[in-house]
Design a protein around this ligand. Sequence first.
Ligand code: SF4
Length: 324
Amino acid sequence: KKKLLEIKDLSIQYITEDGTVRAVDDMNLEIGKGETLGLVGETGAGKTTTALGIMQLVPNPPGKIIKGEIIFEGEDLLKKTATQLRKIRGNKISMIFQDPMTSLNPVMTVGEQIAEVVKLHQKVNAKEAIKRAQEMLDTVGIPAGRHKDYPHQFSGGMRQRVVIAIALACNPTLLIADEPTTALDVTIQAQVLDLMKKLKEEFETSMIMITHDLGVVAEVCDKVAIMYAGNVVEYTSKENLYTVPKHPYTIGLFNSIPNPEEDETRLKPIKGLMPDPTDLPTGCPFHPRCPHATKKCAEVMPKSIEVAPGHFVKCLLFSDGGVE
Ligand code: SF4
């Protein structure tokens, strides 16, 4: 597939009173046109910082992009001016957040809010914009007649649909969704995911789906990057991830999913906690929790190795020489 976004050697840090947080460390990722990439990890793994990095919205200070390139449609976003970036954010890259209320204006009807975006992005008059807004509501499964309602008149799931409609009204080439279904209950989650899948097919929008939930990945993603303590530890197709996971952390994540068909006592959570981001362990950051860790793991930071075509793993078990 034609490349849409390419992240090369990206490192983002936060300088805090407690020390430097290596929020994203030497990241390399690619997204093709129409593809969905899942960015998976626990809270604090660096997923949201990655998204903010792509949007060029990392708060500075304390955040800083230390190095790397973010090539979007052939051009490095890190070399753009503030004005150019604002245009790209409005037109080409949209973001959806976990809590829909943060992106909705409580004193405007949802129809007006969608129409406002439509007017900004498509050369249409006010009347046509409202008509487009109604069509967008219909696309996301909300009766067009409700365009005159205010956000508080909708349920959480419906509000997230409105946010999706607004995001799509700019017809973005890339949609970044940060835990878009986490705040919703399970049935509504499934409906919103179905909607996103449908829209991806209809509009051919590329997506980055940020989640801590491997179930969401199974639903919508083509490729997956598993993050741990700022590092992409495994990066491959969804099929590979589910059939031949390689990194001990990925395997730990799969083992920790409760299997409804098996006895709950068989659930094996990964032992230990995520490390303090200001005080990461030496060597491989996963070594204090890894069942395969050796002395070398505490000393050497593994490099990302392509273990099979398109399957990257950052672990000494696979890199040159392996663990002794
Ligand atoms: Fe485990 Fe060592 Fe691989 Fe890190 S490098 S995941 S500690 S085996």
